[in-house]
Design a protein around this ligand. Sequence first.
Ligand SMILES: *Cc1c(COP(=O)(O)O)cnc(C)c1O
Ligand SMILES: [Zn+2]
Length: 409
Amino acid sequence: MPYTTALRCKECSRESELLPVNVCDFCFGPLEVQYDYDAIARVMSRESIKNGPPSMWRYAELLPADPENRVDINAGLTPLIKADRLGKALGLNELYLKNDCVNPTYSFKDRVVSVAATAARDFGFDTLACASTGNLAGSVAAHAARAGIRCYVFIPADLELGKVVGAAIYGPTLVAVNGSYDDVNRLCSEIADRYGWAFVNINVRPYYSEGSKTLGYEAAEQLGWRAPDHAIVPAASGSMFTKIWKGLNELHDIGIISKPNTKMHIAQAEGSSPIVSAYDAGIKDIRPVRPDTVAKSLAIGNPADGYYALKVIEDSEGTGHAVNDEEIVDSMKLLAQTEGIFAETAGGVTIGVLRKLAAKGLIGKDEVTVAYITGNGLKTQEAVQDVAQTVNINASLRDFEDAIKAEDA
Ligand SMILES: *Cc1c(COP(=O)(O)O)cnc(C)c1O
Ligand SMILES: [Zn+2]
């Protein structure tokens, strides 16, 4: 791990060795990877990045894993699309969509898992595992297949079929647990202790979570080396939200962009919105909830990074908003029908919150705005099944013309 120096506790700031652990020995606070930014600034430039691989690994110096040894299914460097039709509908002239639906396993999770799987290999683990709300399952299973190592994936038993099949196809041992994601996560913490496996989002979490920074780096690069004025980010644990902000600030720290003035807006589903509820109440204590939402990939009731996400909202002068199931589904349709992007329910959460921000006048019409679309709609087809209405005919021109006339009438 070329430019990493230590793990540091986010609470007591004590530093410790770079090991597969996620909590501080002294205070049980979460651990974060530290880097030698002076050394990184000497080797990294806009030019060096441009000449790097066409994937998230073009930012390898800022990732806590050995790029020579990487487990790579080509995650990242996804398109940033100027969304003129959706922008017009919302009165925004400078709206961009970061389309992470098109990652190899169809969600942004490939970014975090590519780093975690590489770190796990660096540490010598022989088994890759995770507790998943759905998308992580497929990504971990795919990366384990690519690395040729054993894989155990734990999911809540009520997941969408697209996510179950989308993980099972890679051949992991798939364990469906009767309970919520928070129950699955609690069980997996016990299993991680006993079996010594690399759980990407538990004991390997400090490495895993850093992969989300690439969503910040890429947006800045694709905007012509500038941070956006607004970012709208869907949140489950809140990790990705905090890391996009961290990524933008790191690019500034190593001299690649000017200081970000990005307002960070967090987007949650009403049925699972403990972070937004705390933001609305003006408090920093997260009260866990029992999730009940169509956006299953965001259904975490006790978010590990909730407190830090609230700090990012404060530091960036951003906001937080939640949308209900109907608004989520409606926004999935709006996105598909204006921009040709079929996002999963989490994308509906992002676009639903974007609509609220635009309607409240919180985004200026010429302010550069990036909305993060983090997962693919083919995995959550249940949510929008009602669109599957066909015009049924026999194979005759006459039938077709009669049917079209009836449609028009
Ligand atoms: C996991 C996931 C998120 C949220 O990630 P956190 O870092 O836990 O907040 C967002 N969108 C999709 C599609 C996801 O699968
Ligand atoms: Zn500590």
